[in-house]
Design a protein around this ligand. Sequence first.
Ligand SMILES: Nc1nc2c(ncn2[C@@H]2O[C@H](COP(=O)(O)OP(=O)(O)OP(=O)(O)O)[C@@H](O)[C@H]2O)c(=O)[nH]1
Ligand code: SF4
Ligand SMILES: [Mg+2]
Length: 411
Amino acid sequence: MKALTIQIGILGRINVGKSSLMNFMTNQNTSIVSSVAGTTTDVVHKQMELNPLGPVTLFDTAGIDDASLLGEARIEKTQKAFDSSDIVLLMCETGNFGNFEKSIIKKTEKSKTPCVIVISKTDLKKPDDLFLEKLKKYTKYILLFSAFTSNRDNFLNALKKILMEILPDNYIENYLALRNIIKKGDTAVLVMPIDLGAPRGKIIMPQVQIVRHILDLNAASYTVQDTEYEIALQNLKTPPVIVITDSQAVKRIVLKTPADIKLTTFSTIYAADKSDIVEMAKGAAGLNNLCDGDKVLIAESCTHHASADDIGRVKLPKWIREYTGKNLEVKYMSGQNYLEDIENYKIIIHCGGCTLNRKGMLSRLNKAVEAGISITNYGIAISVFQGVIEKVLEVFPEALAAYKKALKFQF
Ligand SMILES: Nc1nc2c(ncn2[C@@H]2O[C@H](COP(=O)(O)OP(=O)(O)OP(=O)(O)O)[C@@H](O)[C@H]2O)c(=O)[nH]1
Ligand code: SF4
Ligand SMILES: [Mg+2]
């Protein structure tokens, strides 16, 4: 990886629609779009959050097909943008894939830079099978795009799917949701009740990982049980930048926390780190839309020894029935054989997936999303049951917006 964020260079002939794609993806008018050929003369870059992959930097470049129209300096800058690209989006219009495009493909092959071909202006002309077959010789990653008629979510989702395949594992794995919330020198209060479900003498993995992330961010964490929470708040000279609590104590902790302090749960942060918090939040809205007879799947990715009041087998089935007041068919499943009969379920409530890597968890989530089934995780579901979900999601504004939108859609 050439930088901390993934660098995506948009290349293509003059006037092919590069600046339009950049503006479409970032949802901003960062780059000037015009029918005058050679409008973009300098490299324009813009950072965006491509949830759940993390931050990416897009480079809009000057068209580089006709050197006579451009000064040497511009060509050099576009070449530099190419050199620092981890991925190239090569734009072409339908029917117009010639020596120029082939020379870019050659360069990407030489530098081992993955290349996605984006066919532009498809509202004017759609590619036929012959043209698509021709392009497939160069890359299996082909996207169709129109700045006027493409749906932004659909386009970004298709691109994300490709990126998931081509990005190196360490980029996907090392996502740190807290980096947008906690800064160097900040203090976070962590609330970890020691109840019957807590393992003797240990702190569970998601909590340990979050303590480590806070250390990585050069910030401080102050760990207490819920019984000492108020004293902890009083002891701090300045209020914490965030309170992160165990999900089962969340309602109690929200009630004891001043409204202007950010508050979320370990499970919410874990969902963002391990999978896609926006999809998980959207999925949580599905808990408000269950009817008698609906099937609910409670899925765990490891087969741990269950205690008498096990959360997946005992507590969650009880809470979801109490919350919805419906006669639901709740099935529990653990281990590898996840989602063999996925289409039968209305909603999946998944464990945190601490034994899976991020790619594994995202692939489970994507299977559900593609089948049109709501999916969320244990802790997020508990925040819904306890009536504090909107407070808990405030630290992830995009997820909160997705939750509210999904709710509206249902009623
Ligand atoms: N119909 C249609 N027109 C488009 C589309 N995308 C871009 N255009 C038009 O094509 C022209 C060029 O678009 P730009 O986005 O400026 O293209 P560019 O590749 O950045 O151009 P240069 O910077 O000059 O190389 C403008 O008139 C756009 O409105 C599209 O998807 N459909
Ligand atoms: S994989 Fe899931 S069920 Fe197993 S310990 Fe981790 S969170 Fe719990
Ligand atoms: Mg341009």
